[in-house]
Structures are given as C-alpha cells and as structure tokens.
Design a protein around this ligand. Structure first.
Ligand code: GLV
Ligand code: MN
Ligand code: MN
Ligand code: MN
Length: 406
C-alpha cells in the first residue's frame, strides 16, 4: 500500500493557490497571468521529477513516465488547471496535483511502470473567459474549437493562447500533441453534499449530466429615469426580470431536478438614473435526461421570443452544449473493489458538474473518483475538503493506476 505524502500535496496546492489576483477566491482564467504561473510551476515540478514534459497548442500539459515494456499503452490521469471567477482551491487543481502525487509515489515505490503513466493538466474546462467550455480536452481529443472567439475584453482566443504558451516552453519541454491514452481517470472533489451527508469517503462516477448554456439579450430603449412616463418605457431590465421568473417557473414545472441558473448579467448603461436600454444574462441548465433539455430549449425560445412590449425585443443564443455521458462501468467497479480493499466507504453516483472526463469518454475508457466536499460547497472560495479525504482520494487513485500500469 502507498502512503501518500500529505505535506507535499498540501504544499503544492498552497503554492499554486498563492498565484492570485487581488479578487476574492481563485481567479485562474485560461491564459491569464495566474494561469501561466500555475501551469509553469507544474511544468517545473515535472522537469525536476524527471517526467517527460509535453505542452500542446492549447497549453494543456502532459507529464509522462514512459512504460518499460508497453510504452505506447498510456494510462492517464489529471484534470483542469483553470477556475471559475472567485473559485475555490480544489476544483480541477486537486485532480492535477493529486495525480502528480500518485504517480510520484508509485515510481518511488515500484520504479518505472510497464505502461506509460501520464498526468494531464488541461488548459481550460470552466468556460469562464471565452464562450466555450472544455477547450483543453476538446483539443486533445480532436473536437473543433473556434479560435476566433473573444473574451469580454475583445481579446481573441488564438492571440491569448499563443502568447500564453510562449511562456510555458521551458528548456526540456516538448511542443506536441501526444497520442490518446488507453484509459483516463479523473480525481475530483464531489462539489455537492451527497458523500459528506452520507458519511462516505469515495464516489465512483457512473455518469455526468448533460448541460447547455445560453445568453439572452434584451433590447429596450435607454432613457431618463425621471421624465420617461411609467407607461411609455422600454425597460430592458424589467423585461429581463420577467423572463427569468417565467423561465425558472417553466423549468421547475417541466422537471423539479432540472437545474436552472442565471449566473451572469450585464446591464447597460448600468446607471441609477437611466432606464436600462440593454441587458444580457446567461442561462446554465442541466439534467440527466437529454429529452428534458431538448424540451426546455424549446420552451426557452418560446418564452424569450414572445413579443413583450412594442419597443422591446429579446433573443437567445446557445453557446455550449454537452450531452449526458456514461462513464466506463468496469473501471468504476474495479475502483470500488480497490476502495473496499483500502477500507474506504464508497458509492457509485452521477455527477451534476461538468468534467473533462465527459470529453475524454468519447475517445477512451474513462472513470472518475470523487472525494467529499465540506458543506457541499464548490465554485466558491469556501470550497474545502478535509486533508484526510484529500489523501484517501490519492490513495485510491494510486491503487488504481498501479493496477492498470504495473
Ligand atoms: C464545471 O465545473 C461545471 O460543471 O460548470
Ligand atoms: Mn472541475
Ligand atoms: Mn468547475
Ligand atoms: Mn429561435
């Protein structure tokens, strides 16, 4: 049995989480200065530990320990290095650094594996800067990504990508897209309350919800707040509020477990004495039934596109869609048996959060290991997991990689 080194994992988590902006929580948007610092630090650790280091065109980083007898047979683990705005310390990063710790421990205990062990730090998963999600794993698996898309400041993805990656090409790194692995295992915090509430230590993920993201644009007419009569205004924000309420009620009526979130809103001109002339807001909705998401999409169009008042118009644009994904049953069962052997209480469950695993699962056998989230909080600075649970996840991941690669 491998005893993971807590101090080293905690030290590495702390080091990367110190690359901060002045804002609250972690703000590691893809290709930003904090993202560059984080990915660069990982590359330095990889080089120090004598991994073979590859960086691809999107800045996803691959750390390999080549196999002795089956080097082309790759057993991969990893997660994403970016965060949401004001995010937590573990979403994504735990899977990257927990994976590094597992591979480091295995090599120290058992030497070089028969098959190649690979740690992957995906460039981007959250969709927090550009209007697309999972761009790192999409690029690795050959799915198209629009290089022309822009962030809110008007910076093109392709320009941001090129200048960020130039910073990652340290001496000793290769610049290429490695072959796809035979299996992928993602270690992650649960981000919800089920494990912690049930007193369980490990979740084995069987499926990932489908999700869609939209932007609704409401156009009215900006005008003076004091002189424009109440019955003659085209107030874009009042209309947005009505739409959100109607959409939320429709979602709940359609299926109570259909999640519906308006998380981002922009008001123009955003001034106290002006009737708002333009509002945009996002919708994030998720479910484990694709037909429900299709039906809700239809309802969204109906509600948003039904004319409200003469001078107000609304439209909706879907910018992200991922289908319900089923992960590999055999790998989950193997990991559950390993958890039993390690004395860890586990359960098989579905994930309500999106993960790179849903992209990887299209091309390779894929599984996920969850550890509990204290108070079920994630995508927030309060996101936390006990040190003991962080270690348990690394312990199980090590056992799983050992079973697969040695
Ligand atoms: C990604 O973390 C998501 O589920 O939004
Ligand atoms: Mn994540
Ligand atoms: Mn996330
Ligand atoms: Mn339409």
């Amino acid at each position: 049995m491998i005893t993971p080194q807590l101090t080293q994992l905690a030290y590495r988590l702390g080091t990367i989480n110190q690359f901060k902006t002045n804002e609250v929580g972690q703000n590691r948007f893809v290709y930003s200065p904090t993202w560059i610092d984080a990915q660069k630090q990982l590359i330095k650790w990889g080089l120090e530990l004598r991994f073979q280091v590859n960086v691809d065109d999107f800045g996803t980083t691959y750390l390999d320990i080549p196999g002795t007898t089956e080097p082309k047979n790759v057993i991969a683990t990893g997660s994403h290095i970016d965060t949401v705005a004001q995010g937590g310390k573990y979403d994504g990063l735990y899977g990257v650094l927990g994976g590094l710790q597992s591979i480091e421990n295995l090599v120290a205990a058992f030497g070089q594996p028969k098959k190649t062990l690979r740690l992957i730090s995906f460039s981007e998963e959250e969709g927090s800067r550009f209007p697309d999600t999972f761009t790192g794993s999409k690029h690795y698996t050959g799915q198209p990504v629009d290089l022309n898309m822009q962030d809110p400041a008007g910076i093109h993805f392709d320009d941001a990508r090129k200048s960020a990656i130039a910073n990652l090409m340290l001496p000793g790194t290769n610049h290429e897209l490695p072959q796809l692995p035979a299996t992928f295992t993602e270690l992650h915090i649960e981000q919800g309350p089920r494990l912690i509430n049930q007193g369980l230590q490990i979740g084995l993920v069987t499926a990932i919800v489908g999700q869609r993201r939209y932007t609704v644009t409401v156009k009215g007419i900006a005008n003076h707040a004091g002189t424009t009569p109440m019955n003659d205004r085209a107030d874009a924000l009042q209309q947005a509020v009505d739409l959100i309420l109607a959409l939320r009620n429709a979602a709940h009526q359609l299926k109570p477990d259909l999640t519906f979130t308006v998380g981002e809103m922009h008001i123009s001109p955003n001034t106290s004495n002006v009737v708002p002339g333009l509002v945009t807001f996002t919708i994030d909705c998720r479910n484990n039934d694709e037909a429900v998401l299709d039906r809700f999409e239809h309802i969204i169009h109906q509600i948003v596109e039904t004319p409200a008042a003469a001078k107000i118009s609304s439209s909706v644009n879907r910018w992200a869609k991922s289908n319900v994904t089923h992960l590999d049953d055999q790998l989950a069962q193997n990991n559950q048996l390993l958890a039993d052997q390690l004395g860890l209480k586990s359960v098989q469950l579905a994930s309500g959060a999106g993960h790179d695993s849903q992209i990887m699962a299209k091309v390779t056998r894929t599984t996920m290991i969850f550890v509990p989230s204290i108070n079920g909080i994630s995508h927030a600075p309060e996101e936390n997991t006990s040190q003991a649970d962080l270690l348990r996840g690394v312990e199980l991941l090590s056992a799983s990689l050992h079973q697969q690669a040695y």
